[in-house]
Design a protein around this ligand. Structure first.
Ligand code: NAP
Length: 299
């Protein structure tokens, strides 16, 4: 298949003609962020897991942004073969990748085991983006200066990285599993930034704020919609939540900054354990093993 020629009418925007891939762009913060990037002239690829919903989102973003350079890729992050196929299809269609925004994420009230030796939260929120990012390092490096952004959360402070119990066979608690996956996002960010030093590819993590999105509705059964409604009374709007990702994706002010955790527009300190190099290296090695990542490793 012929690879895409990048044409943009947004000549002055920092994202004009830049290829941006946003995961989990069919709802919540990801959809608003993706729409803003398209409005700034990006050649946008959105990721979703449901064909109908994802294609409808492409149409919606094209209409709202006035940019028709919007396409999609599908992968359910609970299946790493689908993540591999997604990375392959991306590279068949595009030579460049200037921005990878790892935004897709989920919360599960009940423990769901997977064939990968971890429960579902860790798989969807950490292992899938870990694998996707590693498989897309070549186009990221070829497109430098380029950016990787991992959407984490202040919730990361509520757990440690317990390698002996990653599967949560003991003591599953949804918030704890979610917190661990979000801590993994930050440890991955710092380790990736270290490994990419000197390549022109930067990697940062971001906390969007507390926002009443479907993440709090989908897996809470009957109380989900009510929980989302109550959260909406005291949390930020999804538009406010998207501001940090949009800033990190597009602002020239963060050019060259790497290995940081952002809350709003300034880097801030993450939890103590997130700065433990031994833990981040151990997490990297284990994640590579669990995702059968071979040949793409960067040291
Ligand atoms: N909301 C908050 O308060 C908050 C706070 C801190 C951090 N965050 C982080 O912000 C990011 C976006 O969350 P959100 O609040 O915008 O949630 P959301 O509205 O539920 O959107 C989540 C996105 O991830 C996708 N997704 C979920 N499970 C998936 C799977 N198995 N495979 C592929 N895609 C999947 C969803 O796809 P579907 O549309 O198909 O469901 C959707 O596009 C997440 O990483 C979350 O951890 C959120």
């Amino acid at each position: 298949m012929e690879k895409k020629q990048i044409i943009s009418k947004h000549g002055s925007s920092p994202l004009a003609g830049k290829v941006c891939l946003v995961t989990g762009a069919t709802a919540g913060i990801g959809k608003i962020t993706a729409t803003a990037l398209a409005a700034q002239g990006a050649t946008l690829v959105i990721h979703g897991r449901n064909r109908q919903k994802t294609e409808a989102t492409v149409d919606e973003i094209r209409t709202k942004s006035g940019n028709d350079q919007v396409s999609c890729l599908l992968a359910d992050f609970s299946d790493l073969d689908q993540v591999r196929d997604m990375a392959k299809t991306f590279q068949e269609r595009f030579e460049n990748l200037h921005l990878l925004l790892n935004n897709a994420g989920a919360f599960f009230n009940k423990r769901i085991p997977t064939p990968y030796g971890v429960e579902l939260t860790f798989l969807v929120n950490h292992l899938a983006p870990f694998l996707l990012t590693n498989l897309l390092l070549d186009p990221l490096k070829d497109s430098a200066p380029s950016r990787v952004i991992n959407v984490s959360s202040e919730a990361h402070r509520q757990d440690q990285m317990d390698f002996e119990n990653l599967d949560f066979k003991k003591g599953y608690f949804g918030i704890k599993a979610y917190a661990r996956s979000k801590l993994a996002n930050i440890l991955f960010t710092y380790e990736l930034a270290r490994r990419l030093d000197g390549t022109g590819v930067v990697c940062n993590a971001v906390h969007p704020g507390h926002i009443a999105t479907d993440i709090w509705k989908t897996n809470f059964g009957l109380i989900g919609p009510e929980l989302k409604r109550i959260m909406g009374l005291f949390s930020l709007t999804p538009e406010e939540g998207a501001e940090n990702s949009i800033y990190l994706a597009s602002s020239p002010k963060v050019e060259g900054i790497s290995g940081k955790y952002f809350d709003k527009t300034e880097p801030t300190l993450s939890s103590d354990v997130s700065y433990d190099d031994e833990v981040s290296r151990a997490l990297w090695d284990l994640s590579a093993e669990l995702t059968s990542l071979t040949g793409n490793q960067i040291e």
